[in-house]
Design a protein around this ligand. Sequence first.
Ligand code: ADP
Ligand code: MG
Length: 253
Amino acid sequence: APRGTPILEVAGLHKTFGGLTAVNNIAFSVAAGEIVGLIGPNGAGKSTTFNLLTGVTAPSAGSVRFAGQPLIGLPARTIARLGIARTFQHVKLVASMSVIENVAIGAHLRGHASALDGLLRLDRAEEARLFAEAARQLARVGLADAADRPATSLALGQQRIVEIARALCLDPVLLLLDEPAAGLRHNEKAELATLLRRLREEGVAILLVEHDMDFVMNLTDRLVVMDFGTKLAEGPAETVRNDPAVIEAYLGS
Ligand code: ADP
Ligand code: MG
């Protein structure tokens, strides 16, 4: 889709867990080729929103359209194949596997429902295809040299980028990143930001949850601010950072 065309359209999205309203009737959109920051205090409902968008959690109400197609009710693997890939708040690499094996899991998920057990029962041709795709994505993110190293021997910043390479195997139109810069050193954050800008140039839209405001302000085109499940503000980063309600709820502390 041309840059600026809405690809993700969220309306009336709502999720309760028992008596707790985690996501309260929120609406926002992400356009093609845009980096949008989803920010807000702990417990605001950001990760739950990601789970609702990716089919991990079923909403109580609301609609999500991706490239015009309704997503609610579709299984997570179908949503992934339609072009929404994600990383998780905590690094989820398999410690006993090499970097390229961890990325190949993503290539495998593209075609199949289960990951790890399936990877052990592939025929040679399929295995070669998955590892070729994994190698292609490692080269894309600049980690080709690390392919055969144990995944958890890498620095945290590189592990995060391995997770992004795994997500890229799905050939996503939209990438959801949950706190990708958390715990990273200054130079690792700069490298991550450079990679994300390059992916944007390649046409990947990105929705990211992040607490590091310098990182967010430098990188994002637009912000969506959540607090107690509701959307507090949405707009260009410069506008949102000066919004009194946002300063009061989140940026002031
Ligand atoms: P954030 O990512 O913005 O920190 P979350 O989406 O993780 O916030 O959580 C929003 C609220 O929903 C929190 O109060 C959290 O405890 C609650 N919550 C999240 N997931 C569940 C769940 N599976 N069951 C019950 N409560 C949950
Ligand atoms: Mg979270």
